[in-house]
Design a binder for this molecule. Structure first.
Ligand code: NDP
Ligand code: 8X3
Length: 257
C-alpha cells in the first residue's frame, strides 16, 4: 500500500544520481512529482520516461537552489497552479575538491556552502510555511556520513553536511506541535556523478572511488526515502544512516586488492 499515492513530492537535484532515483521510486509509489535541477534537458528526459512508465503527473522546472529569487519564483509558479508539495526532498548538493583546508579553493567553498546549506534553507523557508498552514507535510534532507565525521580533505564539504544535520534537528524542533515531519537520510559512498563533480570531470579518479568494493546504488537511497515518506502519519523516521557493507565509517572502507 502506498500512502503517498496522488501526493506531490518536490525534489531538488532530480537530474542525476540519488534525486533521479528518488523520482523513479516515488513515481512507482504513485506520487506526483515536481522535479527541479539546473539541467532542464535531463529533467525533460526523465519526465518523458516517467510519464510513460507511471501514471504520475510530473512537472519539471529549471532551478538553481543557490538563487533565492529562483526559489521564490518556483513557489509562485506552484501556487499559481494550486500545487502544494506534500514532500520536500532537499537533495541537491555537491562536494568540490578534496584539498587540505589551508590549500582550499574559495570558489569551491562558496559552491558547496551556497548549494548544500543555503539552498536547503531557501527551499525550506519557501515551502515549510504552506505545510504548517495545512498542518501536514514531510521534509526529507539528504545529509551524509560526512555530516557525522570529518575526513582528510573533506573540511568544507564536512562542514556543509554537519550543517544539514544541525538544520534537520533544528527544523524538526521548530515544527514540534505540528504534523509536519522532518527526516534525514545520511548515505555513505553511493556511486553517482558525485565524484566526477568533486574531481572536476576527472572520470578516471572518480571511478577509482568506487572500485574494490560494492558501493551503494542511488536506488538503495531511494528505497529508504520511499520507506520514510510511506510511514504512517504518526511515525517519523528522524534519522537514517546507510552505508555500503564494506564501509564502517567516513574513512574505514575495506577494498579488495
Ligand atoms: P550527483 O552529482 O549525481 O547529483 C547531484 C544533483 O544535485 C544533480 O541533480 C544536480 O543537478 C543537483 N545540483 C547540484 N547543484 C545544484 C544547484 N546549485 N541547484 C540545483 N541543483 C543542483 O550526486 P548525488 O546524487 O550523489 O548527490 C545527491 C545528494 O546526496 C547530495 O546532497 C550529496 O551531498 C548527497 N550524498 C551523496 C553521496 C554519494 O556518495 N554520492 C553520499 C552522501 C550524500 P544539476 O547539475 O542539473 O543542477
Ligand atoms: C558523500 C560521501 O564519503 O564522499 O557525502 O563524503 S563522502
Amino acid at each position: 500500500m502506498s500512502r503517498i499515492q496522488g501526493k506531490w513530492a518536490l525534489i531538488t537535484g532530480a537530474s542525476a544520481g540519488i534525486g533521479a532515483a528518488c523520482a523513479r521510486r516515488l513515481a512507482a509509489d504513485g506520487a506526483n512529482l515536481i522535479l527541479t535541477a539546473r539541467r532542464l534537458e535531463r529533467l525533460e528526459t526523465l519526465h518523458d520516461e516517467l510519464t510513460t512508465t507511471a501514471s504520475s503527473t510530473v512537472l519539471v522546472f529549471r532551478l538553481d537552489v543557490r538563487e533565492r529569487w529562483e526559489v521564490a519564483h518556483l513557489a509562485e509558479e506552484l501556487a499559481a497552479r494550486s500545487v502544494e508539495p506534500d514532500v520536500l526532498l532537499n537533495n541537491a548538493g555537491l562536494a568540490a575538491g578534496l584539498d587540505k583546508l589551508h590549500e582550499g579553493d574559495l570558489e569551491n567553498w562558496d559552491r558547496m556552502l551556497d548549494t548544500n546549506v543555503k539552498g536547503l534553507l531557501y527551499m525550506s523557508r519557501a515551502f515549510i510555511p504552506g505545510m504548517v498552514e495545512r498542518n501536514s507535510g514531510h521534509i526529507v534532507n539528504i545529509g551524509s556520513i560526512a555530516g557525522y565525521q570529518a575526513y582528510p580533505g573533506g573540511n568544507v564539504y564536512n562542514a556543509s553536511k554537519f550543517a544539514v544535520r544541525a538544520l534537520t534537528e533544528a527544523m524538526s524542533l521548530d515544527l514540534l506541535g505540528t504534523r509536519v515531519r522532518v527526516s534525514s537520510v545520511n548515505p555513505g559512498l553511493v556511486e553517482t556523478e558525485f565524484s566526477e563533480v568533486r574531481f572536476d570531470g576527472d572520470t578516471a579518479r572518480a571511478r577509482q572511488v568506487y572500485q574494490g568494493y560494492t558501493p551503494l546504488r542511488p536506488q538503495d537511497i531511494a528505497d529508504a526515502v520511499s520507506y520514510i515518506v510511506n510511514a504512517p502519519e504518526h511515525v517519523n523516521v528522524r534519522e537514517l544512516m546507510i552505508l555500503p557493507t564494506a564501509q564502517r565509517n567516513a574513512y574505514c572502507l575495506h577494498k579488495e586488492p
